[in-house]
Design a binder for this molecule. Structure first.
Ligand SMILES: *[C@@H]1O[C@H](CO)[C@@H](O)[C@H](O)[C@H]1NC(C)=O
Length: 176
């Protein structure tokens, strides 16, 4: 009988010491870590400088994001507010087929939102195939894709993992 008690106590001590030694792992869901800004369940970040349409898309891709194409008046206004009046690309282009506008996400069957100025898009000079939010009324115009404009990158919030030691201090910002 005492042998069982001994085994039980040893096992309990072994387990509790094991628990004390191993750092605890914490997860926080749905975070937009700075400098990303959270809005409507996504994270947004303005490119650091004006870029061509293709370079802006690539800059967003490198950040694990996509160049934003708004899906509602509210999101359109939010993007315009972010850049405080600077014109910005929206991820919509008719380069593949003139007059057939495709936006980020529309290749996956998502509804296309557009917000053109009344007499736009006009494909000025036959060379305007990329869409931008135009100040000050946040409507859209079509521009040459080679222009340099700011853009907004959009990505899903992340689950942030961090480990703490037995005193609750932060040890690492990712869990194994
Ligand atoms: C954009 O800014 C305007 C003016 O400051 C404000 O009224 C509006 O609520 C903002 N919209 C969004 C979606 O943040």
């Amino acid at each position: 009988m005492s042998c069982f008690v001994y085994i039980f106590v040893s096992l309990a001590l072994f387990l509790s010491s094991g628990l004390n030694l191993s750092p605890s792992c914490n997860r926080r869901h749905g975070l937009c870590t700075a400098p990303w800004k959270k809005w409507g369940g996504s994270c947004y970040l303005i490119t650091q400088k004006p870029l061509t349409y293709d370079d802006a898309r690539e800059a967003c891709r490198r950040l694990g994001a996509k160049m934003a194409a708004p899906r509602s008046d509210q999101e359109n206004d939010f993007l315009a507010n972010l850049t405080q009046g600077s014109e910005i690309w929206v991820a919509c282009t008719d380069r593949r087929q003139e007059g057939e506008w495709e936006c980020e996400g529309s290749q996956d069957g998502e509804r296309i939102y557009t917000n053109w100025i009344d007499d736009q898009p006009d494909n000025g000079g036959g060379k305007e195939h990329c869409a931008a939010i135009w100040s000050p009324d946040n409507k859209w115009n079509d521009y040459r894709c080679k222009r340099d404009l700011l853009a907004v990158c959009k990505r899903q919030p992340r689950t942030h993992c961090f480990t703490t030691n037995s005193e609750g201090r932060l040890e690492a910002d990712s869990c194994l």
